[in-house]
Design a binder for this molecule. Structure first.
Ligand code: C5P
Length: 207
């Protein structure tokens, strides 16, 4: 299969030197890219800034902003069989990026934020016969929130995990289906979970 994987955080710039982002390390997405390539798939990895090296054997696109991640995804999506969205995309961006560097005034500063585009939902809306697998990182009301996201983003499955997954090399996840059923519970190193998820996709979503 030809698999699109998103990974890492995105950055949303306040001015030319400051940005909003999150603590995503990219480990889950990179582990998925490594596992998919090792299983013989053609992988396109689109990643925000991380400390990880682009995995061998993958087509790699490094991006910074959510808009850049969306543009890169849309350019490769027509040639892909499915997407695994493991990126921790910023949900908001400053309404405008100020040129240069905002100077301190001695007063507070209020940022006006607007929502970023939802990449997975955008790909899902044009998916046709392609498959979509998302991730949901939830702190409370996890099951209900994850199922809502699965539906809104047109996913075939969503990997529910907990905020403790951020930056960690291990993870505990539950794989949820559109029916609301739980297809799997996996716990272990992200590299091990990645192998299990790729095998599950091969068995359940590949045409
Ligand atoms: O941030 P949220 O919990 O909505 O993320 C759920 C899923 O949607 C993840 O797979 C994430 O990669 C994806 N997502 C996206 N574009 C966004 C926000 C989230 O592709 N703007």
């Amino acid at each position: 299969m030809h698999i699109l994987i998103t990974a890492g955080p995105t950055r949303e710039f306040i001015d030319d030197v400051r940005y909003l982002s999150n603590a995503s390390s990219g480990q889950m997405g990179y582990a998925l890219a490594i596992a998919a390539a090792a299983a013989g798939h053609q992988v396109v990895l689109i990643s925000g800034p991380t400390l990880l090296s682009p995995p061998a054997g993958c087509e790699f696109h490094g991006i910074e902003t959510t808009a850049e991640m969306l543009a890169a995804c849309e350019s490769v999506w027509p040639d892909c069989d499915g997407v695994i969205a493991a990126a921790a995309v910023c949900d908001y961006r400053p309404a405008q990026r100020i040129a240069g560097k905002i100077a301190k005034t001695g007063n507070g500063l209020t940022l006006d934020l607007v929502e970023t585009p939802d990449i997975l939902a955008t790909l899902g809306a044009t998916r046709g016969t392609r498959w979509n697998v998302g991730f949901a990182l939830e702190a409370q009301d996890a099951y209900a929130r994850a199922i809502k996201k699965l539906q809104r983003k047109h996913c075939d499955a969503i990997v529910l995990n907990h905020p403790s997954a951020i930056g960690a090399s291990e993870n505990t996840v539950e794989l949820l289906l559109p029916s609301g059923e739980s297809a799997a519970h996996w716990s272990g190193r992200k590299s091990e979970i990645a192998i299990l998820l790729i095998a599950w996709i091969e068995a359940n979503l590949a045409k």
